[in-house]
Write a protein that binds this ligand. Structure first.
Ligand code: ZN
Length: 257
């Protein structure tokens, strides 16, 4: 099932995108929501929101060897964790805003995992049973700021720096056999395989759960393959996981509000 989040009459709703029919949930399915009898005739006419409302977004640095090397880093011996704040979320089709503080903003195409059950010091089998779905994430990064600071917080946390979507796929494919692509204005910049991850998805989430309790709706972004590069105003950046979906966002200097 493809689970989207739409804006219906001013209200955010979770929706099941089925062939020729869109049914609404009472809440996020991973938060106990059930399918209702409410339907939407033309979902394409409605604004799409990020399909998750995570309490936390846990990210992993240098989880593909070739990407660690392209930035001149060693492959870590343990997963390198950092957080992005929920305020950085950005829906499919929304604008990624280039902050005045940075001269070098880059895309990072990543496989996102949505947690479906509470995980505390979990093993791999428990993790496998607790994944609600997968989605595309763009871990947008102010690379110049990241290079000059020890903490990743400022470089990774600007508003709009976490596009997610376009929906969550709840029918799980083999997570070790996915491809992760980034295109900018149609040109392929990143094309990685999840089989090349230093720490595979289940190991990674089990490791994170030794540190912090993961709750339903939390989002894990599993690291980016090689090929990261700059974004400029007017660019169209697409993150694709073939078979899952394409997350598209336009890039712009912020409009004053
Ligand atoms: Zn990343």
């Amino acid at each position: 099932m493809k689970v989207a989040r739409i804006l219906l009459e001013g209200r955010p709703r979770y929706a099941a995108l089925e062939q020729g029919n869109t049914r609404l949930y009472s809440a996020a399915p991973w938060a106990g929501g059930q399918l209702t009898r409410e339907t939407v005739a033309d979902v394409s006419a409605l604004a799409r929101l990020a399909p998750v409302e995570p309490g936390k977004i846990v990210c992993v640095g240098r989880n593909y060897g070739a990407h660690a090397r392209e930035l001149g880093n060693e492959v870590p011996s343990e997963p390198l964790l950092f957080l992005k704040p929920p305020s950085s979320l950005c829906g499919p089709g929304a604008v990624i805003e280039l902050p005045a503080m940075s001269q070098r903003v880059e895309h990072e195409a990543e496989l996102g995992i949505v947690i479906g059950k509470r995980l505390k010091r979990a093993g791999n089998a428990e993790v496998a049973a607790a994944i609600a779905g997968i989605t595309c994430v763009n871990d947008v990064t102010a690379r110049d700021i990241q290079r000059k600071e020890v903490q990743f917080t400022r470089a990774k946390s600007f508003d709009t720096f976490c596009p997610v979507g376009p929906h969550v796929e709840t029918e799980l494919p083999d997570l070790t056999k996915l491809e992760v692509l980034a295109r900018v204005n149609g040109a392929v910049r990143q094309h990685g395989k999840t089989g090349d991850m230093v720490f595979p998805v289940l190991d990674l989430i089990a490791f994170i759960s030794q540190v912090m309790t993961l709750e339903p709706g939390d989002l894990i972004s599993t690291g980016t393959p090689e090929g990261v590069g700059p974004l400029g105003s007017g660019d169209l950046v697409e993150i694709e996981i073939p078979g899952i979906g394409v997350l598209s966002n336009r890039v712009s200097t912020p409009t004053e509000t």
